[in-house]
Design a protein around this ligand. Structure first.
Ligand code: HSE
Length: 454
């Protein structure tokens, strides 16, 4: 049978990896897919460079629309990125009856509803394994492998750049800014690392996993997002002393409401730094690696680990999608795996909960004047708010390296670190505001959420 023909939009790091792996493993891939898969046309603004990468047998153009208009092309791979022209081209490819493979998490997390609806109406597939955790087949696992389960929660290290930075901060006691510079020097972080360090990239990926896990539409605009820029080396050290590691987690959870407490059913969707017990496997995922823990009611806890970025790891996911489409494109569209795992007419309207309604436990660090009664006042505020304390640690100024300029009046200072049991975020916000107002609390209180992931 004639090979299925693929058009590639954008031949950068992932595009060239896809081209090379497809060519290198073509025989094996053909035996799996049932027919050959060939990239026959590439669109890239740098035509000369692209032509050099793919050789003379592949047509290279600078106009992506020429690929979409090519009647011989069955599948279009979009590797341009962003929400701009990529969205227009994906919708045009769908309208032209092409199946689409994309690694574009930002596009799908924000415009997925429109894109999947257009694809369903046209009877084509939009596949996006490479959009979440690069080479880890987490979309396949959630959508198919775990299809028997009522998924309870997912927690993932789904941004390699920030995990590398946090690993460096912990290993070498570096400050955030220094670790970021190192990540940039080594090519892990982009020149503009905003999407990574502010948690936006992780939130795009968490949004997609949330939709697939719970059968809800993609709702990036409802995600709570907090990055790692404010994390201090001291908090990483204290967390370690308490038996925890700090990771940037993408979390999505099913939350059962409790009428007696005035809470409703809903979904948590959040990205923020998180203390996790050092003994959990995921706490030991270091450097630029990714890992996702999924808790299902039947299977229990499962863990997926691997490279979340890079040329060939991401190509591995892109090509898996090409193989899937090659096998399935002649099947009745109604029998295919739905884009978001659940049938489009069976989606749930379970709300994404506002952050104030999220229930979790906390690490608090208060820089306080070392005076009689300070701790009693702080713990009194927590007790009045109904927040139960799990552990308290106190560290003196000389242990934490507080510098006091010579000649200035020296106020004895100490760090008080408190771990709490679960409570609702809104309640914690109110308690923090009260504690912050105490004259003996000398600096803004640090609050980091904690997940036991048990
Ligand atoms: N920039 C991402 C990361 C990879 O650092 O994991 C692409 O999503």
């Amino acid at each position: 049978m004639k090979s299925i023909q693929v058009g590639l939009l954008g031949i950068g790091v992932v595009g060239s990896g896809t081209f090379n792996v497809l060519r290198r493993n073509q025989e094996e891939i053909k035996r799996r897919a049932g027919r050959g898969i060939e990239i026959t046309q590439v669109a890239d603004l740098n035509v000369a460079r692209a032509q050099e990468l793919v050789g003379p047998d592949v047509t290279v153009v600078n106009d992506a629309r020429a690929v979409i208009a090519n009647p011989d092309i069955d599948i279009v791979i979009e590797l341009i990125g962003g929400y701009g022209i990529a969205k227009t081209l994906v919708l045009e490819a769908i309208a032209a009856g092409k199946h689409v493979v994309t690694a574009n998490k930002a596009l799908l997390a924000v415009h997925g509803t429109e894109i999947f609806a257009a694809a369903s109406a046209k009877g084509v597939m939009v596949a996006f394994e490479a959009a979440v955790a690069g080479g880890i087949p987490i979309i396949k696992a959630l959508r198919e492998g775990l299809t028997a389960n009522r998924i309870q929660w997912i927690a993932g290290i789904i941004n390699g750049t920030t995990n590398f930075i946090l690993s460096e901060m912990r290993d070498k006691g570096l400050d955030f800014a220094v670790a970021l510079k190192q990540a940039q020097a080594l090519g892990y972080a982009e020149a503009d690392p905003t999407f990574d360090i502010e948690g936006i990239d992780a939130a795009h990926k968490a949004t997609l996993m949330s939709a697939i896990a719970f059968g809800v539409p993609v709702q990036f605009d409802k995600a709570y997002i907090e990055g790692i820029t404010k994390l201090g080396a001291a908090d990483i050290k204290y967390a370690e002393q308490l038996g925890y590691r700090i990771k940037l987690l993408g979390i999505t959870k099913r939350r059962q409401g409790d009428a007696t407490k005035g809470t409703v059913d809903g979904i948590e969707l959040r990205v923020h730094p998180c203390l996790i017990p050092a003994k959990r496997l995921i706490a030991n995922v270091e450097g630029a690696m990714n890992a996702v823990v999924v808790q299902g009611d039947a299977v229990g806890t499962t863990l997926y680990y691997g490279k979340g970025a890079g040329s060939e790891p991401t190509a591995s996911a892109v090509i898996a999608d090409l193989v899937d489409i090659t096998r399935l494109h002649t099947a009745d569209p109604k029998q295919r795996v739905p884009h978001l795992a659940f049938q489009p007419n069976a989606m749930s309207d379970l709300p994404v909960l506002p952050m104030g309604e999220v229930v979790t436990s906390y690490y608090l660090r208060l820089r306080v004047a070392d005076e009689t009664g300070v701790l009693a006042k702080v713990t009194g505020i927590l007790a009045d708010a109904g927040i139960s304390i799990d552990a308290v640690l106190q560290r003196e100024a000389d242990e934490i390296g507080i510098e006091v300029a010579s000649g200035q009046p020296q106020v004895p200072q100490t760090d008080v670190i408190i771990l709490t049991h679960d409570c609702m975020e809104a309640r914690m916000n109110a308690a923090i505001a009260q504690m912050q107002a105490l004259p003996t609390v000398l600096e803004p209180i640090t609050r980091i959420r904690k997940e036991e992931l048990a």
